[in-house]
Design a protein around this ligand. Structure first.
Ligand SMILES: Cc1ncc(COP(=O)(O)O)c(C=O)c1O
Length: 300
């Protein structure tokens, strides 16, 4: 979190207009980079100084904690479990999509420090999802989440996962793709704009690269660039594109072997050989919100 910008934003918008502040760990749209403990604490302090509750989007909590352990010398000897507890100690609550670091197929939860707030949300849950002990999930799914939360802080597993992701970064670099370094915890991000410099931002180079990869090897990726973030400048009426046209190679937990990652590298090398032939795209149809999930595109 850019602390200066955060403070300026709160002053501009007015604290009374901000129901809560949320920090996503790790940062999905910044190439999966972790948030340091100091930054989590300072972000919490700013929100709290304005009386705004502070929540974590904790879906990659254990990967964030692992990065704190291996990158911040102050935490080198602290167990990941304790790092997680300290991260959470600064927050008033968190949301958790358990499909990520709880290593399950489905489900999630929301947690609160304030019992009164929890009561209010629990009542709402009954109306929209189901009773608060299951919230629309089966008992089996809830038990899997509980087990997954414990397994996610196993340091051998975290060490392996980070190394596995780093290996994909190496494989893709060797295949000629410009990989954002250092690699993230859950994914490798490639700069699609740099990979295909003949395609401008307005023609979504990262989406074009993703499509080429799918055709070359059935490799599925997702764009985190201008298809996701393009917007119109309210002052000039001109389009504003994403600063980086990233393509994310997210790695499912405990699914792929090194051979799978090598195969992804081979598919990437095939694409890069024919890179000049990859064409830009234009939007044929898009829904009014979150267009990247359902938009239909065609080649220019
Ligand atoms: C950081 C982050 N938070 C929340 C979500 C939403 O998760 P769900 O699909 O379980 O609603 C996602 C989904 O990819 C995510 O990456």
């Amino acid at each position: 979190m850019d602390l200066k910008k955060l403070e300026e934003f709160i002053l501009e918008v007015g604290a009374e207009n901000i129901p809560l502040g949320m920090l996503t760990i790790t940062n999905n749209s910044a190439a999966g980079q972790p948030v340091s403990m100091d930054n989590i604490r300072q972000t919490a302090e700013i929100y709290h100084s304005f009386g705004i509750p502070f929540f974590l989007d904790a879906c990659r909590f254990s990967e964030n904690a692992w990065f704190i352990k291996i990158r911040d010398p102050k935490y080198a000897n602290t167990p990941v479990k304790d790092i997680v507890l300290e991260m959470c100690s600064y927050a008033d609550g968190c949301t958790m999509s358990a499909k990520k670091d709880a290593i399950v197929n489905i489900g999630g939860f929301i947690a609160f420090r304030d019992p009164e707030l929890k009561q209010k949300i629990a009542q709402n849950l009954i109306v929209h999802e189901g009773f608060l002990t299951y919230g629309g999930l089966s008992g089996r799914d809830l038990e899997a989440i509980a087990v997954g939360m414990h397994e996610a802080v196993d340091e051998d597993y975290l060490n392996y996962r980070e190394a596995h992701t780093r290996y994909l970064g190496q494989v893709l670099t060797e295949a000629g793709l410009p990989v954002y370094m250092p690699t993230g915890g859950h994914a490798v991000y490639v700069d699609g704009g740099k990979a295909l410099p003949h395609i401008p931002h307005s023609q979504f180079p990262a989406v074009a690269l993703g499509n080429a990869l799918y055709l070359a090897g059935g490799v599925r990726t997702v764009e985190i660039g201008s298809l996701m973030f393009e917007h119109v400048d309210p002052q000039t009426g001109e389009p504003v594109y994403a600063p980086l046209e990233l393509l994310r190679f997210a790695i499912p937990r405990r699914v792929y072997t090194r051979s799978h990652l090598d195969y992804i590298g081979e598919s990437a090398a095939i694409c890069m050989k024919e890179a000049q032939a990859i064409r830009g795209l234009r939007v044929k149809w898009a829904p009014p919100v979150l267009r990247h999930f359902m938009a239909q595109l065609e080649e220019v």
